[in-house]
Design a protein around this ligand. Structure first.
Ligand code: MG
Length: 172
């Protein structure tokens, strides 16, 4: 059985993952409306991945006999003038998510909940990747600055990103 404390913290994380999904869908829509179809695609894939993250927590709570509680998703920003502005927000947001995952892990350690610690390890690795990817794209955008051909090329590259289901879900 999950302790009440862990159950509450996991439910809060579900909300944070859906909020992330909402944020990236908003970024995707923003860039689609500007004609940046590649950036829009990248954020759409990101949106789907965040929904997977929420589902992993949902399935996990259920597998431990806990209760899933979905709370309202608060409003997200709806306009970014440049891809750089959106990726800076992305990195800042992912750092916050990393801190949340770390706090969850600390709580699971305090509560001696070894199964939750084990489940969270996938997320700890995932957050390293999320921050690294956002930083890499920011570095590219800083290199490109206002170079049209550079933006065209990166837009094309990010347009090639495809979605694959997160491995903890695919393993079911
Ligand atoms: Mg996530």
């Amino acid at each position: 059985m999950l302790s009440k404390k862990i159950e509450e913290a996991l439910n809060a994380q579900i909300n944070a993952e859906f909020w992330s999904a909402y944020l990236y869908l908003s970024m995707s829509a923003n860039f689609a409306s500007m004609g940046y179809t590649g950036f829009a695609n990248w954020f759409e894939v990101q949106f789907k991945e965040e929904q997977d993250h929420a589902m992993i927590f949902i399935k996990y709570i259920q597998s431990r006999g806990g209760k899933v509680t979905l709370s309202p998703i608060t409003e997200v920003k709806s306009a970014w003038e440049t891809p750089l502005a959106a990726f800076n927000d992305t990195l800042e947001h992912e750092r916050k998510v990393t801190a949340m995952i770390n706090n969850l892990y600390s709580l699971a350690t305090e509560e001696k909940d070894y199964a939750t610690q084990s489940m969270l390890k996938w997320f700890i690795d995932e957050q390293v990747e999320e921050e690294e990817t956002a930083q890499e794209i920011i570095d590219n955008l800083n290199m490109i600055k206002d170079n049209g051909f550079g933006l065209y090329t990166l837009n094309k590259e990010l347009g090639a990103r495809t979605y694959t289901q997160a491995s903890p879900l695919a393993a079911e």
